[in-house]
Design a binder for this molecule. Sequence first.
Ligand SMILES: Cc1cc2nc3c(=O)[nH]c(=O)nc-3n(C[C@H](O)[C@H](O)[C@H](O)COP(=O)(O)O)c2cc1C
Length: 183
Amino acid sequence: MKLVLCVGGSIAAYKACDLASKLVQAGHHVDVVMTEAAERFVRPLAFAALTHQPVFTQGQWFEGAGSGRGPADHLRVSEEADLLVVAPCTANLLGKFAHGIADEIVSTTFLGATAPVLVAPAMNHRMWAAPRVQANVETLRGDGVHFVGPEAGYLAEGDRGPGRLTEPEGIVAAIERLADGSD
Ligand SMILES: Cc1cc2nc3c(=O)[nH]c(=O)nc-3n(C[C@H](O)[C@H](O)[C@H](O)COP(=O)(O)O)c2cc1C
């Protein structure tokens, strides 16, 4: 499958490297699109090395000269994709997705996607429980967006509760269920 992996600015972004590697090892083509906040946690080089593809970043989007890519190439990959996976998805991205805000490369890629979308949220348990976040999730479910997780468990700040990114194996399994139509 052709997959677009969108990575948000969560501490769980490091797990997206393992996810990208597992997807490549399973034979998928993976294009990674990162928010600027995600780049604070993981460098694009890690994803480029794991996917064997150049990574779409905010800087490259605006300063495309010399990158070999056109300004609308992120829309082309999301148009050609079989599935868009957002992992980890921040509270911020959920809000943008639910309200059609497209002010940077990941939210713009989401808005332009014609393929099914699988979202794997990751955030603090109080953020996940916030009525506004839950309303955004319901809006997106109503739009046909698929979700995997979050799981309950240890959170990076030391708390425990629902908000933990589903482990890469679980996200791969969710992708396979969507691909074979069993979800
Ligand atoms: C150490 C650290 C960890 C963070 N982890 C999360 C997280 O897991 N989930 C989340 O929604 N926001 C998290 N944030 C806040 C986001 O990085 C922030 O809202 C950012 O604007 C999100 O940008 P993006 O949605 O464009 O990636 C974290 C911030 C810091 C400093």
